[in-house]
Design a protein around this ligand. Sequence first.
Ligand SMILES: [Zn+2]
Ligand SMILES: [Zn+2]
Length: 175
Amino acid sequence: MAFILKIKDLPEDVSRQEFVSSPGELSLDYEGVEVIGDVRAYGNVTKSNDQVIFRGEFVAPVRMTCSRCAEEFERNLRSELVFVLTLVPEKDYQELEEEASEDFYFIPEGTQEFDFSGHIREQLIVALEMKPLCREECRGICPDCGKNLNNEECICSEKKIDERWLPLRDLLDRS
Ligand SMILES: [Zn+2]
Ligand SMILES: [Zn+2]
């Protein structure tokens, strides 16, 4: 089904729209991230004259790697989805297209369908650029012994404190 807005079929009003796309259809190519299920987008679409406004959100189940402990984890990524399409006369389209920005698109009048997969991919990448954590309180990996501190304790930090006291201990021993 993919993320295709059927502009021609939209009522001149607000309507509720829902879309589903398989990971294959979305084909997100982003290192360290895998889309593991259907991506859903939904929202209210307002059409009036030459403008279509989409206001909603999307949810993508992904598997990614924690930036602190390097373990893989799965999560539903949720993000706002807002974009505006402006239908313009064919003759003005090329000129206007260059002015299009992230959330504002120009499309030639008479366009029947708008594929917003590219927009979803961009939004997903924006959402992914924040450092992913398997959980807020992830304790990460010990820089000294490399143990995953979520699963096991290590004594590296204790040892360090011990080492700091060594000179004092020597001093006490000598006296
Ligand atoms: Zn982690
Ligand atoms: Zn350690």
